[in-house]
Design a protein around this ligand. Structure first.
Ligand SMILES: [Zn+2]
Length: 355
């Protein structure tokens, strides 16, 4: 409360001086029903129109800096039960001070409200689709596709940089990591690499060979990357928890990245010598059963190591699960439930060289 009073005072004080200041050339920024003059913060909604299914409203916040600068988009909650990432953006909504910022920050704290409210992991329960697999979306598709279409037009097309926030879902025990997706375009890749290092998480997945067809980019960050905007994905939090350590990683990482992009004063704190991973191998369930893990999120495993086992409903072991590759357990199934095709674990293989 004290902090928000201080902001109101500071921003109204500067607002009075604005006409006198030569550098105060920033412009108003509107998105959906949110509209912020330079030095202001505004909240509103992106309205997804009704179509073959219901309409939806996606909350949006604009923090418009007093000084000119780039547009950075922070998007969270495509998976509405990856809570730590959603709470981190909620914190940033309050923390970001337009008086300090050069440029504009667009925040979408919770893209998938039906998932959040109904506690449904992985998908939008309205149409049973993941809200991070249908970009760039379709104006006449189901709700997820229409929302993705709107986010492409209103957020991706209007930003210069983008960060997409995720974490372990209700059934995933995940250790924090980020994704860096090089494109072969040197300048863009240098900036996205600077962003991912500035974000500061100590494990970074190099995500190569992603779709480049602009009509089939599937993922939000890739939709932005393919349109020439440096973008990264960040993940922290697991299994329904909101651990302060995870939230701090995401909040501090964002502020450090904004410093690297010269949108905030001060120096970024980039990670030095992170663990680079150049391959992620899925371990999938080949049938239903009860899952018993033998390793934890973040454990380093050797190829062939037993990482867990599956029993039938009478307690008889029906499968021993072994690591198909040496590397780090990025996430592992956090609950006993298992059905055919479920992702039991993701193992990140360590790159031979830093990129
Ligand atoms: Zn996610």
């Amino acid at each position: 409360m004290l902090r928000s009073l201080a902001w109101t005072f500071a921003s109204s004080g500067v607002f009075l001086l604005l006409p006198l200041l030569a550098h105060a050339q920033a412009l108003s920024f509107s998105i959906g029903t949110a509209s912020a003059a330079p030095g202001q913060k505004s909240t509103g909604y992106l309205a997804v129109p009704a179509g073959v299914d219901a309409a939806a409203n996606i909350p949006v916040v604009v923090v418009n800096g007093e000084k000119r600068g780039p547009v950075l988009a922070l998007v969270s909650g495509a998976h509405g039960t990856e809570y730590a990432s959603i709470i981190a953006i909620e914190k940033l909504v309050n923390l970001l001070d337009p008086a300090q910022i050069a440029g504009t920050v667009i925040l979408l704290p919770l893209v998938n409200i039906p998932s959040f409210e109904q506690k449904v992991p992985h998908v939008n329960p309205i149409d049973n689709k993941s809200m991070n697999r249908f970009y760039p979306g379709k104006a006449d598709g189901t709700q997820t596709e229409r929302a993705s279409f709107l986010i492409t037009k209103q957020v991706v097309d209007r930003c210069d940089y983008l960060i997409d926030y995720h974490g372990g879902d209700l059934d995933e025990s995940l250790r924090p990591y980020t994704y860096w997706a090089p494109t072969g375009k040197e300048t863009q890749d240098q900036i996205s690499k600077k962003m991912v290092l500035a974000f500061g998480l100590d494990h970074i997945i190099i995500w190569r060979d992603r779709p480049t067809d602009l009509t089939a980019t599937r993922y939000l960050d890739n939709t932005s990357t393919a349109r020439g905007k440096p973008s990264i994905v960040v993940e922290a939090g697991y299994a329904g928890t909101v651990e302060p350590d995870d939230v701090v990683l995401l909040v501090d990482g964002t502020l450090s990245t904004m410093r690297a992009l010269k949108m905030l004063p001060g120096n970024a704190r980039p990670i030095e010598n992170p663990v680079w991973l150049d391959r992620v191998v899925d371990v999938l369930a080949d049938g239903p059963g009860i899952w018993y893990p033998l390793v934890k999120r973040g454990t380093y495993v050797q190829e062939g190591m037993k990482i867990g086992f599956v029993t039938d409903y009478f307690g008889k072991v029906i499968l021993e699960t072994r690591a198909p590759v040496s590397g780090v357990i990025l996430h592992i199934n956090a609950v006993p439930s298992l059905k055919k095709g479920d992702n039991i674990a993701d193992i990140g293989a360590i790159a031979a060289h830093a990129p």
